[in-house]
Write a protein of this length. Structure first.
Length: 122
């Protein structure tokens, strides 16, 4: 896939913890950063960093099983603690943050999102 964006790229556009709510920076973030699940052709909820997930019957708890063996560019392993840290640091989705009561790193390869109220976060 090729993208053509005719804009000046400020450094904050590369960091999900610094970018704020405009559409253009999110194109850059989408190209550079991966997600637990993401839309792909033919499937709006495709597994990516998470290989699978479950939703509780009351739709208040979402638990993601992370792919094992993934590493960051520096060789550090990708863990549930990284998901928790990244979620709390990212500023881009205030409405999502308002829905989430807590994020728990259950195991190194399992992260759980607990919502304030039943609803969908996917």
């Amino acid at each position: 896939m090729r993208w053509a964006l005719y804009v000046t790229l400020p450094p904050v556009w590369f960091d999900p913890g610094e970018v704020s709510g405009q559409l253009t920076p999110f194109w850059i973030l989408y190209a550079l950063h991966d997600a637990l699940i993401k839309p792909m052709p033919g499937n709006m909820l495709s597994p990516s960093l998470a290989e699978s997930w479950t939703v509780s019957a009351d739709q208040r708890v979402y638990e993601f099983k992370l792919r094992e063996g993934l590493k960051f560019h520096n060789g550090d392993p990708f863990t549930a603690e990284d998901v928790k840290f990244s979620f709390h640091r990212a500023k881009g989705s205030k409405s999502l943050h308002n829905k989430v009561k807590e994020v728990l790193a259950v195991e190194p390869t399992r992260v759980r999102f607990v919502l304030h109220e039943p609803g969908q976060i996917l």
